[in-house]
Design a protein around this ligand. Sequence first.
Ligand SMILES: Cc1cc2nc3c(=O)[nH]c(=O)nc-3n(C[C@H](O)[C@H](O)[C@H](O)COP(=O)(O)OP(=O)(O)OC[C@H]3O[C@@H](n4cnc5c(N)ncnc54)[C@H](O)[C@@H]3O)c2cc1C
Length: 297
Amino acid sequence: MAVIDRLLAPNSAFQSRFFFLARRFVAGETTAAALAAVEELRADGLTATLDFLGEDVTDIAAAAHTRDTYIELLGALERDGLRANVSVKLTALGLGIDESLCTENLTAIVERAARLPDPFVRIDMEGSAVTEATLRVFETVYAAHRNVGPVIQAYLRRSPGDVERAIALGARVRLCKGAYAEPEDVAIQEMPAIRRAYLRMAEALLQRGTYPAIATHDPRVVDAVRAFAAGHGIGKERFEFQMLYGVRPELQRELAREGYNVRVYVPFGTHWAGYFYRRITERKENALFALRSLVAG
Ligand SMILES: Cc1cc2nc3c(=O)[nH]c(=O)nc-3n(C[C@H](O)[C@H](O)[C@H](O)COP(=O)(O)OP(=O)(O)OC[C@H]3O[C@@H](n4cnc5c(N)ncnc54)[C@H](O)[C@@H]3O)c2cc1C
């Protein structure tokens, strides 16, 4: 394990040599590469949310570095007149060190973002060990700043309650299936049941929520949401689809051409190993793509 950790350590010679494997899913290792990806997406009618990769930081300086990188990124978006927002992981802002430190770091980002044309800050949801703390920090910051919103994972058994709470608060939710391995008592395990739970929560958010983000590449979910919205008179401007950078790019563009708002989640930075690992383990299509790159590279 220690050997693997060293090999995959950000900036290690091994990891940078293998960045080409992650290239499809990660925009690049620098802020400049992320901004270039936003430009490229804009040309195709897509908006973006930018994620500076990293999670589970254990020291205050690393959490401050994450915060400052986001603040610089927001400055660059403003300078270049690019309309994109940001997604943050609270364990990268110090949630595992101290909740109030994390709250302060998040507040600094949310206050800087408030000056941008797209001022929204999305809080990604991580493993179930931090769900409660993540939602607590969200509510603390939301009490004073409305430009922040959580992610709710449809596979979690607690999520219908969290969706109702977010609706009552008027908060913007990103709904996703959930990407972390969770035990049976915490999360639904079977895909058809996860999909059903997803759709129930999506319908509640579409009907009673505030500009929900429907984050999925699942054509059955996308079609069901399209049909539900059309059947209930919910206009295309009242929600957005979200997909990951490099995943089903043709569907992203097709939806944009049909007049839906589509936002692409664009990760960047040197800490790409954990994110890349989640992508290749969740879909065989993604793993095959990485394997093909290895052979071609
Ligand atoms: C914008 C965004 C933000 C997210 N944020 C979070 C977060 O904060 N926390 C979290 O836990 N998770 C997050 N996720 C990940 C999410 O929880 C799922 O793990 C991930 O999206 C996979 O589920 P799915 O519904 O997209 O499709 P899946 O269940 O993986 O696939 C369903 C179907 O979609 C099609 N499909 C999917 N991928 C491909 C592909 N690569 N090529 C071809 N067809 C494909 C196939 O037909 C497949 O059968 C996010 C996802 C998105 C899109």
